[in-house]
Design a binder for this molecule. Structure first.
Ligand code: FES
Length: 136
């Protein structure tokens, strides 16, 4: 697992969510999440509930490329701004159509004033195959 500093506690007050775009190779936040971000990046929504719990989940609806962070938060459920499916940010599961399935979830750790999520360690890049020359 790789820890990624995603925000300060002050950036995500209780009963709010923040979408961030993470560069997976460098494990750094490169800005706010985007529905169709650059390659090798991951949109993640970090949720701070009114009860003080923290969750993190994939920030892209599996139905269409809408950001869940652009929707409304109800407890630990995020409602997609596209067509209203709700997602349990603890399990990632969609709770009503039209979206089906789940978004990935990530463990959250708060250390002092810093909020971290844990991402699976990326696979190392496979060795590139060299161009084979013609035998002479
Ligand atoms: S885009 Fe999310 S429910 Fe349709």
């Amino acid at each position: 697992m790789t820890s990624v500093l995603v925000a300060s506690v002050a950036q995500i007050p209780p009963d709010s969510a923040l979408g961030v775009q993470i560069a997976t190779q460098s494990a750094t936040v490169i800005g706010r999440s985007r529905a169709e971000g650059p390659p090798d990046t991951l949109p993640v929504v970090v949720v701070h509930t009114a009860d003080g719990e923290w969750f993190a989940a994939g920030d892209q609806c599996p139905h269409r490329p809408y950001l869940l962070s652009g929707g409304s938060l109800y407890g630990c459920q995020l409602e997609c701004p596209g067509h209203g499916s709700r997602f349990d940010t603890q399990s990632g599961q969609s709770l009503n159509p039209p979206a089906v399935g789940a978004v990935p979830t990530y463990p959250v750790t708060v250390t002092g004033e810093e909020v971290y999520i844990e991402l699976p360690t990326p696979d190392p890049e496979p060795p590139r195959k060299g161009k084979k020359g013609k035998a002479r």
